[in-house]
Design a protein around this ligand. Sequence first.
Ligand SMILES: O=C(O)CNC(=O)[C@H](CS)NC(=O)CCC(=O)C(=O)O
Length: 278
Amino acid sequence: MKAALLQLTSSDDPVANIAMVQRMMRQAADQGAGFVLTPEVTNCVSSSRAHQAAVLMDQDHDPTLKALRAEAAELGVWLLIGSLALKTQDQDGRFANRSFLIAPDGSIRAWYDKIHMFDVQVSEVETYRESAGFRPGDRAVLADTGFAKIGMTICYDIRFAQLHRMLAQAGAQILTVPAAFSPVTGAAHWEPLLRARAIETGCYVLAPAQTGLHPSSTGGTRRTYGHSMAISPWGEVLADAGTDPGITIVDLAMGDVAQARARVPALTHDRKFAPPDV
Ligand SMILES: O=C(O)CNC(=O)[C@H](CS)NC(=O)CCC(=O)C(=O)O
């Protein structure tokens, strides 16, 4: 199976972003990809809650979900929409940060709401409060494609090893980590975190990322780290997309999952132990 990681610089205009993703999906399919993956918040990168409230839709009306489901069906590919920012029924007005796995007939095979919220001050001048705009999810999601079982995560989830371990122990062979990583934390932590999760779980880690300076109609200056990556179950970096938007194709040899786990069966060596005295 060939997987294609789409590296995007999504703007804050959902409708304008759709055409770009469709074009890249067609190019990826032309290059032989049977599984296409897009980054976190494929539909809209914005730092203005007011702007998001004005342009985002709920799942049943979201134009990106509709268009990309149709495109996947047209091309006959599996599609991971890394995430969409969507309106919800919530009283508090918060959005969902929701990842979708789309089957080659265009149907929604699984969806996952990001569990861990990025509420972090990354530098003196850069603070994120994701939980102010987004309502976190509360269930892990494993989905079967026929070519692999997929454990779905999003971005900041990468820092929570227990989620990835749980997914792998439940049968995941590929962990998807769509992201819009901050440049500061990306430079320090992105690659080692991805490699660590692959090594700990013996899973492929596929991490399509947002990159660069995101066009904004509200004067925002949001930047993301890029460096979409594919990591082998043994922990090798198979591809690093650098910082330009584009398509990265990787060959997945699913037998390598069992091989890595046979060499180091740590996933089956958990032990129960008492917590430390406090
Ligand atoms: O706000 C949106 O539009 C969608 N959400 C995101 O982009 C989120 C929250 S700001 N970004 C991350 O999780 C980056 C994590 C990261 O950079 C790290 O773990 O170091």
